[in-house]
Design a protein around this ligand. Structure first.
Ligand code: AMP
Ligand code: TRP
Length: 326
């Protein structure tokens, strides 16, 4: 049987190069080998406050991005999480499997809670269980994500194993797919932090929809390390990050990249990086603008139907096993 992948991203802001290089790029590459489900996880988005009208727009924008970067709706299922009620239903059941102590250990929760301090919702705490439900509903084999999701994947596996042990073999136990390079693209303004849409300094984060001027400016201002040599070296995180981005976007080997920059200076690296990024994003931005509302609606409707069929089967089994269906 063809193996399945499932992944998702939150419609909470603008998609950036980290999201693309760490996750979306691999979704596109894997979709032809696996039966693929790509979800816009709007239920996760509301774990922190969202403006309702904007959330609708951002959900649709993210779906457009999925398609524009190369997710093919003919082979992959693209859908919105809240369209498939089973996600919320399975979350409840899994809430009664997952332990408080497990969720209290989640570093992403601790980070977000620390930043927010007040009004931390139960939803934010429960976020990883909803993510486990997303994945387990589809009997997923592989979950392509960036490095920051590693711990959530571990929790998903633990919850699946515990459920299977207590109620009988029900869920496939999924593996994470985290790329060796690109899983943690760092901020251009602070290479000790990951590139993030919630970065205080917007210059640290290159957005997929940034125009040429913005891209040039951001790379130009990127911090560098001391020294002058341009080669892959993890002890020099700023240059290493810029080279990783260049390597992934151009698909040149690391050796070719180092040869290309041999004897050149940081200004050249930044200029070249801006140029290849602008050229790379141009057709993606063009496709985002070309997708009509009608096309998008049709793709999301079709996605919902396909996703529902599979999710329903799993949830029925879960209800039977747990004594919830009479
Ligand atoms: P999010 O937008 O937070 O829903 O993230 C969507 C995907 O992008 C997830 O698989 C993340 O792990 C990945 N991701 C987010 N930030 C980065 C980053 N700086 N580098 C690599 N991958 C990332
Ligand atoms: N938590 C993920 C993130 O922020 C998004 C996500 C939700 C997800 N459900 C998922 C990713 C299921 C993979 C599989 O990036």
């Amino acid at each position: 049987m063809t193996k399945r992948i499932f992944s998702g991203a939150q419609p909470t802001g603008n998609v950036h190069l980290g999201n693309y290089l760490g996750a979306l790029r691999n979704w596109v590459a894997l979709q032809h080998e696996y039966e693929s489900f790509f979800c816009i996880v709007n239920l996760h988005a509301i774990t922190v406050a969202q403006d309702p009208a904007q959330l609708v727009e951002k959900t649709r924008d993210l779906a457009r991005i999925y398609l524009a970067v190369g997710i093919d709706p003919q082979v992959s299922t693209v859908f919105v999480q809240s369209d498939v009620k089973e996600h919320a239903e399975l979350t409840w059941v899994l809430n009664c499997i997952a332990r408080m102590s497990e969720l209290e250990r989640m570093t992403q929760y601790k980070d977000k809670a620390r930043k927010q301090q007040e009004n931390i919702t139960v939803g934010l705490f429960d976020y990883p269980v909803l993510m486990a439900a997303d994945i387990l509903l589809y009997q997923t084999d592989l979950v392509p994500v960036g490095d920051d999701q590693r711990q959530h994947l571990e929790l998903t596996r633990d919850v699946a194993i515990r459920f299977n042990r207590d109620y009988g073999e029900t869920f496939k136990v999924p593996d994470a797919y985290i790329p060796k390079i690109g899983a943690r693209i760092m901020s251009l303004s602070d290479p000790s932090k990951k590139m993030s849409k919630s970065d205080d300094d917007p210059n640290g984060c290159v957005l997929l929809m940034d125009d040429a001027d913005a891209i040039q400016k951001k790379f130009k201002r990127a911090v560098t390390d001391s020294g002058t040599e341009i080669r892959f070296d993890e002890s020099r995180p700023a240059i290493n990050n810029l080279l990783e981005i260049y390597h992934l976007i151009t698909r040149k080997s690391q050796q070719e990249v180092e040869d290309h920059f041999a004897g050149k200076g940081y200004a050249q690296l930044k200029g070249d990086l801006a140029e290849v990024t602008i050229e790379f994003l141009r057709p993606i931005q063009q496709r985002v603008r070309e997708i009509t509302d009608e096309q998008l609606d049709a793709i999301l409707d079709q996605g919902r139907e396909k996703a529902e069929q599979i999710a329903r089967v799993t949830l029925e089994q879960v209800f039977k096993r747990t004594g919830l269906s009479l």
